[in-house]
Design a protein around this ligand. Structure first.
Ligand SMILES: [Zn+2]
Length: 243
């Protein structure tokens, strides 16, 4: 079993401070074929930019390099895009699900509340990061509801893959935002998506974290301190993580 860490969206912001990051997508070999956790931008996004791409490109200094599209990286790793049988989404912002159309055969696993938020009327600023065309190809969706199960002490939903994987609801950044836990050969990988600041570091003021990323930061820090054998990753990581 291998987990590949893909950077599918580089940002080089210089204000308020130097902020070189990449959006982390996981490509996981499982008994059910390749599972991709989040997709980054899609190939179409590089050709036809929507307002949200242009805003991000200007503010976050995004190089918009089409070689970062997950489908291209999958190919460079020696697989075919069709080998990606499943996609698990932390949430449906454009920088996390823009690549869905590049994998039209994949089943898309997402929390029901997230899909409803994606389809619904925007209720807050971060809802503007949903781009409807990302599901215009009509992907096969597997929608999840809370089940009362848990992973460690966190409410979680078991995903149908081996090795064991869990969807861990962490709503706040978006209404149906989830983390994804993956059993590895040495312990666990817990990808918390955009529920915590980059690399769980504490450079960002707490009020801003709460406003933009939701209420889980503190709990996730405590979780990490209590479970040193669990590798915690975030939806955006410092560029040197990918080196
Ligand atoms: Zn987001």
């Amino acid at each position: 079993m291998a987990i590949h860490f893909l950077n599918c969206f580089t940002c080089n912001a210089r204000v308020p401070s130097r902020f070189q990051s990449g959006a982390l997508c996981l490509l996981i070999e499982t008994g059910q074929g390749l599972v991709l956790v989040d997709t980054g931008l899609g190939q179409e996004d590089y050709l036809h930019r929507v307002a949200m791409h242009r805003i991000f490109q200007a503010v976050m200094i995004v190089p918009m390099n089409p070689e970062e599209a997950a489908a291209r990286q999958v190919t460079r790793l020696g697989y075919r895009p069709e080998d990606v049988r499943h996609i698990v989404l932390t949430h449906m912002h454009f920088d996390h699900c823009g690549g869905l159309p590049d994998f039209p055969h994949a089943r898309v696993h997402v929390h029901r509340r997230e899909y409803e938020a994606f389809l619904g009327r925007p209720r807050r600023g971060t809802d503007l990061a949903y781009v409807r065309r990302h599901v215009a190809h009509g992907p096969h969706l597997e929608l999840y509801d809370d089940t009362g199960e848990s992973w460690f002490d966190l409410a979680a939903i078991r995903l149908p893959f081996e090795p064991e994987m869990w969807l861990v609801p962490l709503p706040g950044h978006t209404r149906g935002h989830c983390g994804v836990a993956v059993k590895t050969e040495t312990g666990w990988l817990f990808h918390v998506g955009d529920a915590a600041p980059i690399g769980l570091d504490d450079k960002m003021p707490r009020w801003l974290v709460r406003l933009v990323l939701g209420p889980h930061e503190w709990r996730l820090r405590e979780f990490q301190a209590a479970h040193r054998d669990v590798q915690v990753t975030t939806g955006h990581m410092w560029l040197d993580f990918f080196a």
